[in-house]
Design a protein around this ligand. Structure first.
Ligand code: SF4
Length: 456
């Protein structure tokens, strides 16, 4: 009698395992999601630790010096703990790539941002995948997401056509390349079908969407639609979920999007990185958008859509900033009454042309201006949040524990804005949408109680 040993099926075979470290902004997170989706489609398992991994991919961030250091530390740790390391992302180009190769000569491959095929090819080369069965190794139609199930980033373009003097993103990610509107809407639909209730539209410059393609026509549900910001907002507004716009520059055509917010099609929320208010400084920064009339535009937008929330970021202590420029910024803030604001002290980034500007501001003056800026804005934010007390708003729950639930309202983007706390309310789950009454506020967050059906 003879016996035979059956060849293990693909699912019984040990799959090759890839460890993944994802650093940086939402745009880098979307790159990680794409790489992970492709690796899963190719039959790899993704594991959360170095030990069990056959190879480790590190997606780096190179935006500012502290982010670069964090990336270098992550590469070093992966080399120590595992030894087979593939590096990609914003540090994978130019002088930063050279620095990585010099510091960690054993790194197997270094590629730039959004270079998905090079990363995936490098993984295949280092650990060839055992044959796999695409029907049993299922990948969800929306791909692998690194965000919670109820929200997702929707990247509409890569790169940027501007050349702001403090920024090296165009050098890292190249000029603007917009995705066809049909592809973007298709991805958004898959995300919504998978349970996503909030789409966060990201890019380097959302207002410029489609400029590079000359607003090329593409097909959405069999209809020819232009690849253009307004058309995209209209299409996303039909999906019945929250749509939040990030990285918008105040070009005149943004005015056309505000009525969609007033009609409740997309969230009345605009993330506009103004960076400064002094025309002289904005010129030195080479910022896009016509800034001179911005205050008038904000006022007009609020007339059309009074609930509009504007978030922004600013840089203080940029080379050449005088006390007069800074005071102009504080006065502008008082008048603009923005809702959410982040502020950075200028710090030179390797390769940025602003490094060559004269009159760098001493550190103690940067610090002092930053403090004054924060005090001014905190008072404004606190006052604006106070106006929400007593209102009924919809919140999306992000987390629930024994102390209560934490959610966000339309005014709060995940990670960067405030939260809405429902203390003591545990009868809910992450991803639930609830109607609440706002009961309290400080300079960042809101407190609320659920509205019960008999109160509506
Ligand atoms: S708009 Fe300016 S800051 Fe933003 S990515 Fe482009 S160059 Fe950088």
């Amino acid at each position: 009698m003879s016996s035979s040993v059956e060849k293990p099926t693909n699912n019984e075979q040990e799959k090759q395992k890839v460890g993944f470290v994802s650093l940086g902004c939402p745009k880098a997170l979307v790159d990680s999601e794409r790489i992970l989706t492709q690796l899963r489609l190719d039959g790899y398992d993704i594991v959360p630790d170095y030990d069990g991994a056959d190879v480790v991919v590190v997606n780096t961030c190179g935006f500012i010096d502290s982010a670069k250091q964090e990336s270098m530390d992550a590469i070093h740790e992966a080399m120590q703990e595992n030894g087979k390391v593939i590096v990609t992302g914003c540090m994978g180009k130019g002088v930063d790539a050279d620095a990585i190769k010099a510091a960690e000569p054993g790194v197997l491959s270094v590629s730039g941002p959004a270079d998905y095929s090079q990363v995936v090819n490098a993984v295949h080369e280092v650990v060839p995948v055992a044959e796999h069965d695409p029907f049993t190794d299922l990948v969800p139609p929306q791909g692998i997401k690194l965000t919670p199930r109820h929200y997702a980033y929707l990247k509409i373009s890569e790169g940027c056509n501007h050349r702001c003097t403090f920024c090296i993103i165009p050098a890292m990610r190249g000029d603007l390349v917009s995705r066809p509107i049909g592809d973007v809407v298709e991805e958004a639909k898959k995300l919504v079908e998978s349970g996503v209730q909030e789409l966060l539209v990201i890019s380097q410059d959302t207002s410029a969407y489609g400029v590079d393609t000359k607003y090329k026509l593409d097909f959405v549900d069999g209809q020819a639609i232009e690849t253009r910001m307004l058309d995209l907002c209209q299409e996303l507004g039909k999906l019945g979920v929250w749509v939040r716009l990030h990285y918008v520059y105040p070009y005149p055509h943004v005015d056309k999007v505000i009525p969609l917010m007033a009609e409740g099609k997309i969230l009345p929320y605009l993330d506009i990185p103004f960076q400064h208010a002094s025309p002289r400084l904005l010129k030195l920064m080479k910022r896009p958008g016509n800034q001179e009339k911005t205050l008038d535009r904000i006022k007009a937008w609020r007339q059309i859509c009074p609930e509009l929330v504007i978030r922004s970021t600013f840089i203080v202590g940029f080379p050449g900033e005088t006390e007069e420029d800074f005071q102009m910024l504080l006065d502008w803030l008082e008048e603009a009454q923005l809702d959410r604001v982040g502020c950075f002290k200028y710090s030179p980034v390797d390769g940025a042309t602003a490094n060559d500007l004269p009159d760098h501001v001493p550190e103690e003056i940067k610090e002092e201006r930053w403090q004054r800026f924060m005090e001014t804005q905190q008072a404004i934010s606190a006052q604006r949040l106070q106006q929400k007390v007593g209102q009924q708003l919809e919140v999306l729950i992000d987390a629930v524990d024994e102390d209560g639930a934490i959610g966000r309202c339309y005014a709060d983007a995940p990670e960067i804005d405030g939260k809405v706390y429902l203390d003591g309310f545990t009868d809910t789950f992450a991803g639930d949408a609830l109607l609440v009454t706002i009961t309290g506020a400080d300079e960042y967050d809101l407190w609320a109680e659920p509205v019960y059906e008999d109160e509506i």
